[in-house]
Design a protein around this ligand. Structure first.
Ligand code: ADP
Length: 297
């Protein structure tokens, strides 16, 4: 029997913590606020963004959806991000993908103020993560580790395989697993024998976006499999990268899609926003104390 590693319970507990912290900040006049910038007509993206906004509301966090439309230019998106970066009332910024064809995503990620980069998209955040310095990790990557912890699965001394090397999921997950003392293999689109890279791993993390890519041949007996993939179908279904029927009985544990990594990711984004609000408040206060001190000497 393959154990199901659901994310709902963990997501609720992260949201509860965030909501307690948000209430404490509100009492001192700080209302945590998240801005989500989107520029697409894609319905599944709109659905995802609305689900973040409603979870934010329930947690006591304000959420602005800044919809620039599917024809937005890189410059329009960039200047919006810069503006939000300067807005003292905004504490967290998410740049939602997909973006219009031809958009310079790298330039946009760099335009996110690192102090507000709650989804760890700016290369500065990623660099700090790799250098093991405090930074917001990409929420999906952190959700993978949080789910393992929550279900009592330690990466320490284990072998892990990560399929996918994107900067938002695969690469940061691989780094976080190494930081948790796993020995990690990273597979990607140029890996000639995918099964050879994955079938001995104690922990298998898949973040590719190809439904059903992972079958029983890719999975070690008893392995823990974390399915990050979410591909929306025309009829509104959400499909993971793992063929759950094929790996049933072989994998020791598997995250469901939906209901696994996804809800934990959303909860972490909210948690990061409250953290960012607290840090920004503390910084403004220490700056004003310092200014007062300077003017008094
Ligand atoms: P995400 O950011 O959601 O992980 P991307 O599209 O940015 O999605 O990245 C997809 C990743 O999946 C890439 O790192 C790519 O190399 C990997 N990938 C794509 N196809 C395959 C495949 N057939 N086998 C293994 N990895 C793949």
């Amino acid at each position: 029997m393959t154990r199901s590693l659901g994310g709902a319970e963990l997501a609720t507990s992260i949201r509860n913590d965030a909501s307690v912290a948000a209430a404490a900040l509100s009492e001192i006049g700080v209302r945590p606020k998240l801005a989500v910038v989107q520029a697409t007509d894609d319905e599944s993206t709109a659905w995802y963004v609305r689900s973040i906004a409603s979870a934010a509301k329930r947690t006591g966090i304000l959420c602005d959806i800044v919809d620039l439309g599917a024809a937005a230019s890189t410059e329009q998106i960039r200047s919006t991000l810069v503006e939000l970066g300067h807005d003292p009332d905004v504490h967290g910024i998410i740049l939602q993908t997909p973006l219009p064809d031809g958009t310079d995503l790298d330039a946009l990620r760099e335009a996110i103020n690192p102090a507000k980069d709650v989804d760890g998209a700016n290369p500065v955040s990623l660099g700090r993560l790799v250098a093991r310095q405090p930074a917001f990790a990409p929420a999906t990557a952190q959700a993978v580790i949080a789910l393992l912890d929550h279900h009592g699965i330690s990466p320490h001394g284990r072998t892990a395989a990560v399929v996918g090397r994107s900067t938002v999921v695969g690469s940061p997950v691989a780094h976080l697993l190494v930081q948790r003392n796993a020995t990690v293999t990273v597979c990607h689109r140029h890996t000639t024998d995918l099964a050879a890279g994955t079938r001995d791993a104690d922990i298998l993390v898949v973040a590719v976006g190809i439904p059903g890519l992972i079958t029983a041949d890719h999975v070690a007996d008893g392995a823990v499999v974390i399915d990050v993939g979410t591909t929306a179908t025309a009829d509104g279904q959400l499909l993971g990268d793992v063929d759950a029927v094929a790996v049933d009985g072989r994998a020791g544990a598997l995250t469901p899609v939906p209901g696994g990594v996804g809800p934990v990711t959303t909860a972490l984004l909210l948690n990061h926003t409250v953290d960012a609000a607290g840090t920004q408040y503390a910084q403004t206060r220490s700056e004003s104390v310092l200014a007062g001190f300077r003017s008094s000497v």
